[in-house]
Design a protein around this ligand. Structure first.
Ligand code: NAP
Length: 282
C-alpha cells in the first residue's frame, strides 16, 4: 500500500495507528473535521463523515482506507456511505473497525449498528477486513476522576472481559492495512486474558501505588451518574454494553493480536503501568 486514509485520525486508535503505519513505510492521509488541525506525520485532509463531497475528495488517490468513527445514532448510515464512496473512488482495500460480538440481532444497539455496516461492506465487492475489538482498556481513562479518589463503579459484577489495549488495535490495523492474506477476514481482537473489574482495580492500585477499588453498581445508579454528561441514547447504549459484559458474553480470548503483530497482546498490568500518571494527576 502506498497511501492509507485514516478516519478518526485524532481519536483513540487513529493517533497510534498513524505512527504505526509510518513505521511500515506507508504514506498517511489523516482525516479530521478541524480545519485548524495539522496531524503530525501525515497529510491532513478536512472532512466530516456527514459531508460526502469532502469525504469523496479525501478518498481520491488513496490505496487503502481505515474506517472508524465514534458511536452516534446515525453512525451506521455514515459508515455505509463512506464505504460506498471508497468503492466509487477505486480504493482497493477497506479496513473496518467494528466491535466484539457484532450481530444483527444483538440486544446491544452498538453491536447491531456495527453488524449493519459489516454486512454492507461484505456486499460491496471491495477488498475488506473487519476488526472486532473488545472493551478498550483506555475507556477506563473516562473514570480517571473517581479513580484518583480511590474507586470506580460500573454495572458488571464479577464478570470477566478480555479487554484490549487500544495500542494493540492500532498495531493490528497497521498490519492488516499493509500486509497480505487478510482479504475477507474478520478478526476478533482481545487482550491476553479475561479480567474482572476487581482485577483491573488491583492492577491500577499496583501501578499507582494507591488503593483503587471497584464498586459494582446497578444500571439505574450508573445511568444516574452519567445523566447530563452524555446524551440519553449513549447512556442507554452503555447500559446495554455493560449488561452484555455482565452476562459473561465478552470473555473469550483470541490470538489475533499476536498472530497479526508478532507480539503478545498487552496485559492490563502493562496498560496500568503506562497510564499510571493519567490516574494520579486528575
Ligand atoms: N470504547 C470501547 O470500549 C469500544 C470497544 C469496541 C469498539 N469500539 C468502537 O470504537 C469506535 C470509536 O470509538 P471512540 O469513541 O473511541 O472514537 P475515537 O476513535 O476516539 O474517534 C473519535 C474521532 O472521530 C472523529 N470524528 C468524530 N465525529 C466525526 C464525524 N462526524 N466525521 C468524521 N470524523 C469524526 C474525531 O476527529 P476530529 O474531531 O478530528 O474530526 C475524533 O477524534 C466506535 O465505533 C465504537 O463502537 C469502542
Amino acid at each position: 500500500m502506498d497511501t492509507v486514509l485514516v478516519t478518526g485520525a485524532t481519536g483513540t486508535i487513529g493517533t497510534t495507528l498513524i505512527p504505526a503505519l509510518r513505521a511500515r513505510g506507508v504514506a498517511v492521509r489523516a482525516m479530521t473535521r478541524d480545519p485548524d488541525r495539522s496531524v503530525p506525520g501525515a497529510e491532513t485532509v478536512v472532512a466530516d463523515l456527514r459531508g460526502p463531497e469532502a469525504v469523496g475528495a479525501a478518498l481520491k488517490g488513496v490505496d487503502a482506507a481505515f474506517l472508524n468513527s465514534p458511536s452516534a445514532p446515525d453512525a451506521a448510515s455514515l459508515q455505509i456511505r463512506f464505504a460506498d464512496l471508497a468503492r466509487d473512488a477505486g480504493v482497493s482495500r477497506l479496513v473496518l473497525l467494528s466491535q466484539y460480538a457484532a450481530r444483527a440481532d444483538s440486544p446491544v444497539r452498538f453491536l447491531r449498528w456495527h453488524a449493519e455496516v459489516e454486512a454492507h461492506v461484505r456486499s460491496l465487492g471491495i477488498e475488506h477486513t473487519v476488526l472486532r475489538p473488545n472493551l478498550y482498556l483506555q475507556a477506563l481513562l473516562a473514570f480517571a476522576g473517581t479513580i484518583a479518589q480511590g474507586f470506580f463503579a460500573a454495572p458488571i459484577g464479577e464478570a470477566a472481559v478480555s479487554a484490549i489495549d487500544t495500542r494493540d488495535i492500532a498495531d493490528a490495523a497497521a498490519a492488516v492495512l499493509t500486509g497480505t492474506g487478510h482479504a475477507g477476514r474478520t478478526y476478533t481482537l482481545t487482550g491476553p486474558r479475561a479480567v474482572t473489574h476487581g482485577q483491573i482495580a488491583q492492577a491500577l492500585s499496583t501501578a499507582t501505588g494507591r488503593n483503587v477499588t471497584f464498586r459494582d453498581t446497578s444500571a439505574d445508579r450508573f445511568a444516574a451518574a452519567l445523566n447530563g454528561l452524555l446524551p440519553r441514547w449513549q447512556i442507554d447504549g452503555l447500559i446495554e454494553d455493560y449488561a452484555h459484559y455482565a452476562r459473561g458474553e465478552a470473555a473469550e480470548v483470541h490470538t489475533a493480536v499476536a498472530d497479526l503483530t508478532g507480539k503478545p497482546a498487552r496485559d492490563v498490568t502493562d496498560f496500568a503501568r503506562d497510564h499510571a500518571a493519567d490516574f494520579l494527576s486528575v
